[in-house]
Design a protein around this ligand. Structure first.
Ligand SMILES: Nc1nc2c(c(=O)[nH]1)N[C@H]1C(S)=C(S)[C@@H](COP(=O)(O)O)O[C@H]1N2
Ligand SMILES: [Mo]
Length: 416
């Protein structure tokens, strides 16, 4: 069949069904008669290691770590550590590699002493222990969390040469489990004048954000679990607010108080931070949902191509508006595009894995991906994102990312 053999877009991009129909001739090593499988390797000649109470990755995978870790000057716990996107596959981020973003380090919370208090414009102020929250019926969903500052390096006048994770690794996805916030709010009873909720954390920064009541009553949860186990301390143990699809800063970790009020509190993190200054001097506030976005994770900077031949181009796409409907890939700098295959179980407000088959002819090429979500939003170009922005405004960046594959197989960041 035609789509098995001939590219459907420029510079060797195949139909999205390529991998279903055709093997990748040449990537496996041909068995020679000399190398007989009857010869047992060393690890088959004696019993292996015993069980252990908690698993670890293979020692051969020790390089798969959160990197880079950047703290603000004079601090240790204030800054970010990023998910190494280029070293992962699928859509779920292993908890140990979930990105971290702390405004004043990770508090050492005693779960027995911690309380979540709902107060303000409510009929009944309530206080919940972890034990009390554990008795409510939980929900669990696989969804992404992205920091508002993710990919902010892409506004630099010259492309920053760093790994995919270093540039875009402030996004991760987990199965988040916990109590629907609507259940707790209904129990407290929001007064008619209650329109916003100020959520504050139990860290030294007491980081706080104003959340519209509609979102709190929609799909917000008080998360207790992450990928089946209790939250990690760095991700909000013992409880955090989780607002699916909305900018990461609002998912307040170490959640301590929810105060129902009649207007937003205008906290530091929704005025001087996480707002978007425009070229005309006006700052846009409250840009909550994450814009539709994608990035090719392989090949990407830090990985190296081998010899010319057929490669899988793979990456992640996501949108705060819901499901990813389509991802297109280009191998000729954006002149032509081919639809990528999407992994099954496309979930709302989750990462979606895409894959394309590409015959690299060994010469320099520029590869890009472009996502479309179910609301019809199409990922914008870098120029379109920067249009009308003030110099240095780096939040909410969702522009198309281009990578250049060099003839030497090295991959670099380029603007296309
Ligand atoms: N209490 C509190 N909540 C917080 C933060 C914080 O520093 N303190 N950081 C916020 C930011 S900026 C982001 S992007 C996410 C990061 O969550 P993670 O560290 O679990 O990835 O948590 C948000 N919630
Ligand atoms: Mo963030």
């Amino acid at each position: 069949m035609a789509h098995d053999k001939s590219p459907v877009a420029g510079n060797g991009l195949f139909d999205r069904r390529f991998f279903l129909k055709a093997g990748v001739a040449g990537s496996a090593t041909l068995m020679s008669a000399a190398a007989s499988p009857a010869e047992r390797p060393a690890w088959m000649r004696a019993p292996g290691a015993p069980m252990s109470p908690s698993g670890e990755p293979s020692e051969h995978e020790a390089h798969v770590q959160r990197r880079p870790i950047g703290s603000h000057p004079g601090t240790t716990g204030t800054g970010a550590a990023r998910t190494p996107l280029e070293l992962l596959d699928g859509v779920i981020t292993p908890s140990r590699l979930h990105f971290e973003r702390h405004h004043s380090g990770i508090p050492a919370i005693d779960p027995d002493e911690h309380r979540l208090v709902i107060h303000g414009l409510v009929d009944r102020p309530l206080s919940f222990s972890l034990e009390a929250l554990s008795r409510y019926q939980h929900v669990s969903r696989i969804q992404f969390l992205e920091c508002t500052g993710n990919s902010g390096a892409s506004i630099a006048p010259e492309p920053v040469q760093a790994s995919c994770g270093a540039i875009h690794g402030l996004v991760s996805a987990s199965e988040w489990g916990g109590v629907p916030l609507s259940v707790l709010l209904q129990e407290a009873g929001i007064k008619a004048s209650g329109k916003w909720i100020i959520a504050a954390g139990a860290d030294a920064a007491a980081m706080s954000r104003s959340v519209p009541v509609e979102k709190a009553l929609d799909d917000a949860i008080v998360a207790l679990y992450q990928n089946g186990e209790r939250l990690r301390p760095s991700n909000g143990y013992p409880m955090r607010l989780f607002l699916p699809g909305w900018e990461g800063n609002m998912s307040v970790k170490w959640l301590r108080t929810l105060k129902v009020v009649d207007q937003p509190a205008m906290t530091k993190d929704e005025t001087s931070k996480y707002s978007d200054l425009q070229a005309d001097g006006v700052a846009r506030l409250f840009t909550f949902p994450i814009g539709v976005k994608s990035v090719i994770t392989s090949p990407s900077p830090g990985l190296t191509m081998g010899e010319a031949g057929i490669y899988q181009v793979s990456g992640i796409a996501w949108s705060g508006a819901g499901r990813i409907r389509r991802v297109e890939v280009s191998a000729d700098g954006g002149k032509s595009w081919a639809d990528a295959a999407l992994d099954e179980h496309i979930m709302s407000k989750c990462l979606t894995r895409f894959r394309s088959a590409w015959r690299w002819d060994g010469s320099p090429a520029v590869i890009l991906s472009r996502a479309t979500d179910e609301a019809g939003n199409v990922q914008p170009t870098r120029d379109a994102v920067l249009e009308g922005r003030a110099n240095g405004a780096f939040y909410h960046y969702n522009g198309i990312q281009a990578w250049r594959v060099g003839a030497d197989g090295e991959i670099s960041n380029v603007y296309a």
